[in-house]
Design a protein around this ligand. Sequence first.
Ligand code: BG6
Length: 485
Amino acid sequence: MICDILIIGGDGDLAFRKLYPALYHLDLDSCLPSCLRIVSVSRNSASAEGFADKVRSLLLKHKDGEAVDEAVWKRFSARLQHMAINATSEAELARLRTHVFTDTSRDLIVYLATPPAIFAPICQSLWAVGLVRDNMRIVIEKPLGHDRESFLQINNSLAALFDEDQVYRIDHYLGKETVQNLLAMRFANALFEPLWNSNYIDHVQITAAETVGAEGRWQFYDEAGALRDMVQNHLLQLLCLVAMEPPASLAPWAVHDEKLKVLRSLAPMSKRDVHDNTVRGQYVAGNNGGQAVPGYTQEEGAKASGSLTETFVAIKAEINNWRWAGVPFYLRTGKRMQKRFSEIVVQFNEVPHAIFGDQMRSGTANRLVIRLQPEEGIRLHLLNKVPGLDDAMPLEVVSLNLSLSDVFTHRRVPDAYERLLLDVMRGNSTLFMRADQVEAAWQWVDGIAAGWHAGKQRPMPYVAGSWGPSESIALIARDGRNWQE
Ligand code: BG6
């Protein structure tokens, strides 16, 4: 693997916060090819000054006090180079072609850490100066449009220049360790698969709750909202991994094909369904970890005219296929919630015949909880006899608890971007999103957005630091179930 990485928008927040730290850690773990070069470009000429120092200081900030390894830093910083180049300008980009990327036998990875609005002109310039070639890959990240149509526009501009297998669309959730472990849990163990269907599973919950607000990116967030920012990508990708059929292999096409089938089987929502099966919320001033926090429309950068953007969404989704008919998938995500956690709950059915009488009350059926963050692990809730001589055979719910940090004690859990960047270098797109998946996800989400618009469904207020609007509790309680928190 002989390659170079070009980061366009290399002095931006994404690059400093995620990309350089991930690349440094890959170097620390000896995963980077010895001759790999990392070239950052941005329009800002001031950035070249002390660029490596800035990378280092932000690296320290994100390493929770862990020291930088001096030998590795020396090697890593020697790879780094920053140039003031406007990547939409062919003349400026040509400098890279003639002075930096002269050896066309080296693989070239181009990471577009820029707003999607300039993807097309950048790609045109890359092509015009001869940087687009067979051994080149392009990496992009959301927001990939704000609906199906705008996604297709972005995608068509890329498809005109690149083959689909050259385009790596990142959903950083897919790089999370526990998300990959979901594939292992389902398809490396024989135990769950026979039970993984509507005969044994009552329902599934997928929650991504955050305690942060729109902080520092109000305007960007306000154009998206929780549905586009979290559901269209992260939550639907998790849903796919839970619901998909076993793929023939881990080859990208095999996994992508199965995920696509799930997305295409999502029951489309009519205006009535949207009204009945979705909840929009927006936080108002409240409390976060003992501290008073402002409401969404009072956050820094908020528009004086207010906003009807949702910061919370709950959805009851159905998958119209043989395996999942009649099994609701409850999805929920929100900012300024009581606790930060992302979790998948698979709730099994109650036993068909209760020989332990009313001890088998509701809420005691088996439950598998896959926690993605903060502490990554898997718990299986089982009913167990309480030790003792009591005639009544008292039972209690206990859990088999697999905490990743307890089992793999000396293993560092890599950040999602480390896995994803390494996979791009290796040319493995299994953990990325194929264009048809993104399109299918938009199609379903567009139906919800259209239903909200047609029904004039305004976001319901919820107090910051709570579990969202009471309507979200009602959405699941109506079915005789409740959210697991
Ligand atoms: C991003 C969203 O994709 O994911 C953010 O744009 C959100 O709004 C973030 O905060 C959550 O990611 P994580 O890894 O912290 O769960």
